[in-house]
Write a protein that binds this ligand. Structure first.
Ligand code: PLP
Length: 525
């Protein structure tokens, strides 16, 4: 489809960088449609099997190419061009099985390979193949996680893995649930905190709380914390942003000052979020000091470890970053980030058992009957604000079985080692690269310095120039398809690169490649 006659929106010729694999079905199967496979054709198992095995062939080529450094990370096309390259229309008549296979292949041809060793763009990178096998099984079992009745084994797995994670946090007992993403996990923490302090809110609503609730988080936090204030009726003005230090860590003295200020106004501070691994800089708020303040003023302490949670598995890196974590009332931890579980896999943990159910239970009579055959404590569905819940546990359980806890620890230590390697390489090339800060996690923040700006002392105006270069290099990177690294500004500086090492596929060689490639792409700027 990407013939040599095509041109991109920017006018340059589009080369077909990804191979056009062919996946022919047998001549007689190729013409068939969904009506000829199970379940509509009860005799259709052989055709069904041929069809699905071809789909698996498509997926296997993708797995192979993902790990092949000579293949591109992506084949970029602008949206207007992509519209022309793929037929996405919904037809009135069924398409053939062959066409469906071709659709699958074409879809992956243009998909970014997030598991490629040179994809370092996002907090979720990599393609853990055991976790992927788990996701395949999950899709095939296609069940719903609300009752033991229809997901008995998965529900028990959830119990086991959540208990393990709470033990790693440092609690015995407690309760946990898997949520659709860290943002929703944070929302669960907010809801439980409010419910604990104001149990009447669930029935009586907003006006049953006399006074204005206020919550605290650092100015570096993930935006989902502020979103809780918008969603839950506080208003974002009542989510108070506590200043952070130059490395992005919340300043505890500022937190205490702001809590006192609110109390003097007559407001009710009830929730503090400490981030363990901020999204941009990878900073760790000082948990122990924040916990002291929360205890002193009777405030719920939540730890958003969506990103940094994986370090809990590492004896080497856990302290001092997570010291005091067991003093928190709740912890968000996303296995789909540092631990490399497939998207999505996010968990929220509570020190106190019983809060989730008491806060969220609606006792729907058609699902959660109390006179069932089995122990209904295993019907976890009434602990959540969703009804149906996707099975996110099997892929994590299988991955954890494969690695053992020691294997996970090795993975985390390796990622940290690679980040350190990158920092050292940047320092060794200080003419070409400027390290913005010593990272606490695997986020490495830096600027590329093109030849014309080398040897000039670092200054705010030079930062402005370096910032302007980032989007241009990123654009070239995507056109070349060789690498993906993210950039963004923050409130202290203009655009800078933030490289994320959270994929088991990355090696020192890939870091060397990254630094050489950015230099190649940017040295004329
Ligand atoms: C990624 C992230 C989140 C949000 O998690 P999602 O699964 O993307 O919703 C929350 N907090 C922090 C610190 C994060 O890095």
């Amino acid at each position: 489809m990407t013939g040599s006659g095509q041109t991109s929106a920017t006018g340059s010729p589009v080369k077909s960088k990804n191979p056009d694999y062919k996946y022919p079905l047998s001549a007689q199967t190729a013409k068939l449609t969904y009506q000829d496979i199970l379940p509509l054709n009860e005799e259709g198992y052989p055709v069904t099997k041929e069809f699905l095995q071809r789909v698996v062939d498509v997926l296997m080529d993708w797995v192979k190419d993902t790990h092949d450094r000579s293949r591109p990370v992506l084949e970029f096309h602008h949206p207007d061009e992509m519209w022309r390259l793929i037929d996405l229309e919904i037809p009135d008549q069924p398409v053939t099985l062959q066409k469906l296979i071709d659709d699958c292949a074409l879809t992956l041809k243009y998909q970014v390979k997030t598991g490629h060793p040179r994809f370092m763009n996002q907090l979720s990178c990599g393609l853990d193949l055991v976790s992927m096998a788990g996701e395949w099984l999950t899709a095939t079992a296609n069940t719903n996680m609300f009752t033991y009745e229809i997901a008995p084994v998965f529900i028990l797995m959830e119990t086991v893995v959540m208990k393990k994670m709470r033990e790693l946090i440092g609690w015995d007992g407690g309760d946990s649930i898997l949520a659709p993403g860290g943002s929703i996990s944070n929302l669960y923490a907010f809801l439980a905190a409010r419910h604990k302090m104001f149990p009447q809110y669930k029935e009586k609503g907003l006006t049953s709380i006399k006074g204005q609730l206020v919550m605290y988080t650092s100015d570096q936090c993930h935006y989902s914390i502020k979103s809780c204030a918008a969603v839950c009726g506080l208003g974002t003005d009542n989510c108070i942003m506590v200043p952070s230090d130059e490395r992005g860590r919340m300043i505890p003295q500022e937190l205490e000052r702001l809590v006192r200020e609110a109390k003097l106004r007559g407001d009710i501070p009830f929730f503090v979020n400490a981030t363990a691994g901020t999204t941009v800089l990878g900073a760790f708020d000082p948990i122990d000091q924040i916990a002291d303040i929360c205890e002193k003023y009777g405030i719920w302490l939540h730890i958003d470890a969506a990103w940094g949670g994986g370090l809990l598995l590492s004896k080497k890196h856990r302290h001092p970053k997570f010291t005091g974590v067991e003093r928190a009332q709740s912890v968000t931890w996303n296995p789909h980030k540092l631990m490399g579980a497939l998207l999505q896999c996010s968990t929220i943990h509570f020190k106190e058992d019983g809060l989730l159910i008491s806060c969220n239970q609606m006792s729907a009579e058609y699902l959660f009957m109390t006179d069932k055959l089995y122990d209904i404590r295993y019907d976890t569905g009434d602990k959540v604000i969703q009804c149906g819940r996707h099975n996110d546990i099997f892929k994590l359980w299988l991955q954890w079985r494969a690695k053992g806890t020691e294997g996970f620890e090795k993975l985390i230590d390796r990622l940290m080692e690679l980040a350190e390697y990158m920092v050292n390489q940047i320092k060794a090339q200080s003419d070409k690269y400027y390290l913005i800060l010593e990272p606490e996690l695997v986020n490495v923040s830096f600027w590329y310095i093109p030849p014309r700006l080398r040897g000039i002392p670092h200054s705010p105006s030079k930062e402005q120039d370096l910032g302007k270069i980032c989007p241009i290099i990123k654009g070239r990177m995507m056109q070349a398809g060789t690498l993906m690294v993210g950039y963004q500004p923050d409130d202290r500086r203009p655009n800078f690169f933030r490289n994320i090492i959270s994929s088991a596929a990355v090696t020192e060689g890939d870091i060397d490649f990254l630094l050489a490639e950015i230099d190649r792409l940017g040295n004329d700027l």
